[in-house]
Design a protein around this ligand. Structure first.
Ligand SMILES: CC(C)(COP(=O)(O)OP(=O)(O)OC[C@H]1O[C@@H](n2cnc3c(N)ncnc32)[C@H](O)[C@@H]1OP(=O)(O)O)[C@@H](O)C(=O)NCCC(=O)NCCS
Length: 205
């Protein structure tokens, strides 16, 4: 078996209904109540180069697409699905990494975020550098939150005035990550300098 993960293109449009069925079926099984997307919506994501697909030769394996919100200030990876027979093999991890790379390339200044109740997605997001945050740190784009309206837990979100629900919000903030990396590099350089001066004091060099 050779599973390839790539940005979806025209050749993958034939999988649209199958992809949508798989997302829909998984949502039903999880009992989220999330409404089915239209096939046109999925096709549009593929046509605009905003979808990642995993295939095993001629067979559809998994999928995910990206959506931007709040005038491109935020980007979410949505519709993540791996067909049941391909689960537990690291496919979602590869799809999410590809979606992350695509999001960073297409929207370099955007904060990447997601809402999930799933442990697998929380683990993958954490490995990618996402952090759990309160909903106040996510987009305030009304259209995004309207997407929660069909969820079985929407009453919770309404009662809390969009501040909390059963999902965990996670965010990757490129500015924060860059600052953290710079601080780590500075600390490492400082430690190296200190250890260098220790040895030079010891051996008088
Ligand atoms: C969630 C889903 C995409 C995971 O796909 P997958 O290819 O099996 O995931 P991976 O094999 O890449 O596993 C990624 C990580 O999640 C963990 N994981 C996978 N399935 C898990 C589960 N059901 N419960 C807890 N952890 C799980 C893996 O151990 C791995 O963690 P690690 O990196 O610490 O080892 C898949 O189960 C699915 O399509 N589910 C239905 C749709 C869905 O829930 N989508 C997410 C909506 S937010």
């Amino acid at each position: 078996m050779k599973i390839d993960v790539m940005v979806a293109g025209e050749a993958h449009l034939r999988f649209v209904t199958q992809i949508n069925d798989a997302i829909d079926e998984a949502a039903k099984q999880r009992g989220t109540g999330i409404a089915r997307r239209t096939d046109e919506y999925i096709a549009d994501k593929i046509n605009s180069g905003k979808a990642i697909i995993a295939v095993n030769r001629d067979e559809f394996v998994g999928f995910c697409y990206i959506e931007s919100w709040g005038h491109d200030e935020f980007v979410a990876n949505s519709g993540l699905i791996v067909r049941p027979q391909y689960r537990g093999m690291g496919v979602a991890k590869r799809i999410k990494q590809a979606a992350f790379d695509l999001s960073r390339k297409r929207f370099p200044n955007a904060k990447l975020f997601g809402l999930t109740t799933g442990e697998a997605v929380m683990r993958i997001n954490t490995d990618l550098g996402y952090e759990p945050v309160t909903f106040a740190k996510l987009t305030d784009d009304e259209e995004f939150w309207q997407g929660c309206q069909s969820c079985v837990n929407y009453d919770v979100l309404q009662r809390t005035n969009l501040t909390k629900c059963l999902c965990t919000g996670m965010i990757y903030d490129p500015v924060k990550v860059a600052k953290k990396k710079a601080a780590e590099a500075e600390a490492a350089a400082e430690a190296k300098k200190k250890s260098g001066s220790f040895w030079s004091r010891l051996f008088g060099k």
